[in-house]
Design a protein around this ligand. Sequence first.
Ligand code: ATP
Length: 236
Amino acid sequence: MSNACVTLNQLKFSWPGAQRLQLDIPQLQIDTGERVLLRGPSGSGKSTLLSLLAGIHKSKPGQINVHGHDLGKLSQRQLDRLRANEIGYIFQQFNLLPYLTAVGNVELAVKFAPARRARLAQRGVSVRAAAQQLLQHLGLDHNSQQQLAQHLSVGQQQRVAAARALLGAPALIIADEPTSALDEAHRDNFLKLLFQECDAQQSTLLFVTHDATLAPYFSRVVELEQLNQAAESTHV
Ligand SMILES: Nc1ncnc2c1ncn2[C@@H]1O[C@H](COP(=O)(O)OP(=O)(O)OP(=O)(O)O)[C@@H](O)[C@H]1O
């Protein structure tokens, strides 16, 4: 049986109206539990690839499989459900709701994700307790957890965004340049905590950056420009 969390086959994607293929990826597999760094310069298509993996945009032709589901065969409703239940997304700008507390932002992650709530119930923890525990592990004390997101520092917001992605153990954590605003010490500490939590709940991690110095932290580095046949001269 395949141990893949993500597989891509013959993926070709161009933005509407564009003359050029943005992505042409013959094959990529990410195994369950892997920690993969996806690297590429600005504009190379990293975020585009993530949006395809998360089912936000569709790739025709090509096949994308996430956690055993062929995204091309899912209805919009099924895609939304898969995304909510099995993909935790850490955005570059964090996308927190400013008027909710830190813990409120984290809890929101599972509101429309019954499988994530069920996994917490199986562990015998409430959503609130699990959110608080994750925030604690990621370095936010009780006081900070009760603060409105808009009053948190950038580093604290980033931890809240990570806790929100991790709550309820989705199969795949996608992190889109979440460390770009941090200094080196904070960045290293954040990565350590993120890895610990991914390992603890066996979530696969796909981490995107253009920062080459992060490579040693990961079990595998994928260079998008090597993977993407459209990066050089392929045209539609
Ligand atoms: N919604 C969109 N519509 C049309 N073109 C887009 C859209 N989003 C991105 N692009 C184009 O796709 C290309 C790749 O962009 P993308 O954001 O995926 O790159 P990236 O590698 O994530 O860059 P960065 O590191 O700067 O975030 C760019 O040329 C961009 O202009």
